[in-house]
Design a protein around this ligand. Sequence first.
Ligand SMILES: [Zn+2]
Length: 115
Amino acid sequence: MKGISMSKSVITKYENISVFSGKPTQCTHHCVFGNGMRQLADNYGLTIPLTNKEHNLSSKGTIYQIHGNPPAEKLSKMLGQVAFEKEYYRKLVCGKNDVDPAREEFRKIFGKSYL
Ligand SMILES: [Zn+2]
């Protein structure tokens, strides 16, 4: 799983709408960040589309933003790790194609996908 080029998100295939609100994407959040982690997040597709307000711009101090919101920052990093681990095994099982049987199984059991 080495890579130096930017990868599309492995978390959502709907990169043009915010994962939170469904509004048009204004920015990309890197699920792991700080100390060079941002580039690694790009390399492995650990990114989610957001609006500026949901990310950090023009919303300092609100409960909606990820940055500056410690529980949201921690959940973001946990999501990044889970996404990486899941993608690692998906590629072992499915190869490099875009098939994601786990996503469809989740949808079947829980009735919807949150991603
Ligand atoms: Zn961010």
